[in-house]
Design a protein around this ligand. Structure first.
Ligand code: GDP
Ligand code: IMO
Ligand code: MG
Length: 420
């Protein structure tokens, strides 16, 4: 008994929600450890689609769910999500860390303004206030969940922080911050959330040796603030190591790291993406894969699978097993390609560069394979078309990591589990 971590290996939206939901059957408790409502995790059960932004996907298997200290929480979004779940007959057994930071309305406003100021060089954030909230956490201007359930604390914090924010608002010419309105609004959220708030660090450490705990990463390694394509990243650490800081768990308690990879590549927002296909193939993948953001509805950029990036992600996240999703989306293609190197300045490299300038210059070197049809909905490896099996085997050989889960559709049961 110990922890298992799920991380996205690309630029997010790999299908973490689907795989977390599937695996939750075998776990007692599912935990988010970073990110906020920039995440959009979709789970489909018997044609019913659930979109989760903050509550761990394990909630749909009626498991204990925890929002750890490393998550940034917009209380209004969380309350809406709890309401949506209860309207669907699920009353979440939820615990929210008193240390988790709160996304305030001014964080969302600043996220929008900063993006606007960057003009063409904007990040393309989800405008959920994620960056400004993590910035305040690190600058020590943050408000935590524990503060909004305590009137005196919230008053003290606002008295200290708002004058600083007002100066920034003045510089941007945004207007006067109404402290009283903020106080009333957030205390009222606190009242509604109080029953869920607790010390998740003590709780998780009290169960981790006896129970099965699954940590559900949001975003992906290539969006990680340290390992991603900085500055076109998010502001947290999706990498498996993020569990230690984002949930208060020792690295010794993590027994397995599962990486989720889409069978091709997608990215929302700006930043380099070496295998991006802007023509017919890109459109095919976007339409067939329904590649429109769960959180913002934006069309995702699409391209072939990038094994250089994937190998790098597996390395930094210590991946033991890979779950390959959306294999069915490639159905019907005569040829599929995977990128096994980058050509840059006349040289072939097999490392994911840290410099964005270099990454922008990288031209993918492709291996081509024969395509397949009818992987869709398959539930057993033997039922998969031969070329799809060859594709999966090629990936696992190249990464030197077993692919243990293959997803062939969005429904929970459209999943193949491989024995290792
Ligand atoms: P997440 O953020 O990693 O949880 O991924 P999203 O939910 O944002 O995006 C993945 C999308 O692909 C969702 O609409 C899922 O329902 C869908 N999906 C997941 N796995 C599969 C699969 O194997 N095949 C197909 N066709 N769709 C899938
Ligand atoms: P899930 O968990 C895909 C991207 C945004 C933008 C960058 C920074 O569903 O995989 P932010 O709002 O975090 O400051 O935006 O990160 N991004 C995601 N892309 N999936 C996500 O989450 C994402 N969360 C953030 O599009 O490029
Ligand atoms: Mg998503």
């Amino acid at each position: 008994m110990a922890g298992v971590v799920i991380t996205g290996l690309q630029w997010g939206d790999e299908g973490k929600g689907k795989i977390t939901d599937y695996l939750s059957n075998y776990f007692d408790c599912i935990v988010r450890y970073q990110g906020g409502d920039n995440a959009g995790h979709t789970v489909v059960i018997k044609n019913k689609k659930y979109k989760l932004h903050l509550v761990p996907s394990g909630v749909l298997q009626n498991k204990k769910v925890v929002i750890g200290n490393g998550v940034v929480v917009n209380p209004s979004v969380l309350l809406d999500e709890i309401k949506m779940l209860s309207e669907n007959g699920i009353n979440p057994d939820l615990m929210v860390s008193d240390r988790a930071h709160v996304i305030m309305e001014y964080h969302r406003i600043l996220d929008g303004i900063e993006e606007e100021m960057l003009g063409k060089k904007k990040i393309g954030t989800t405008k959920r206030g994620i960056g400004p909230c993590y910035t305040d956490k690190v600058s020590r201007y943050g408000i935590r969940i524990g503060d909004i359930i305590d009137e005196e604390n919230l008053r003290e914090k606002l008295d200290r922080i708002i004058p600083v924010k007002q100066k920034i608002f003045d510089a941007y010419g945004i207007g006067k911050i109404n402290v009283e309105k903020i106080f009333e609004e957030y205390i009222s959220y606190g009242e509604k959330l109080r029953k869920y708030v607790g010390d998740t660090i003590y709780y998780l450490n009290s169960i981790i040796d006896e129970k099965e705990v699954l940590f559900e990463g949001a975003q992906g390694i290539l969006l990680d603030i340290d390992y991603g394509t900085y500055p076109y990243t998010t502001s947290s650490n999706p990498v498996s190591g993020g569990v230690c800081t984002g949930a208060g768990i020792s690295p010794k308690k993590i027994k397995k790291s599962i990486g989720i990879a889409k069978a091709y590549t997608t990215r929302v927002g700006m930043g380099a993406m070496p295998t991006e296909e802007k023509g017919k193939i890109g459109d095919f993948l976007a339409e067939k894969g329904n590649e429109y953001g769960t959180t913002t509805g934006r069309k995702r950029r699409c391209g072939w699978l990038d094994l250089v990036a994937l190998k790098y992600s597996c390395m930094v996240s210590g991946i033991d097993e890979v779950a390959l999703t959306k294999v069915d989306v490639l159905d019907g293609l005569k040829e599929v390609k995977v990128c096994t190197g980058y050509e840059v300045d006349g040289e072939i490299i097999d490392r994911f560069p840290s410099s964005l300038k270099t990454l922008e210059k990288c031209k993918p070197v492709y291996e081509s394979m024969e395509g397949w049809d009818r992987a869709r909905g398959k539930k057993r490896y033997e039922e998969l078309p031969l070329n799809a099996r060859k594709y999966v085997d090629y990936i696992s050989d190249w990464l030197k990591i077993p692919v243990t889960i293959i997803s062939t559709g969005m429904e929970r049961n459209e999943t193949i589990i491989l024995e290792t």
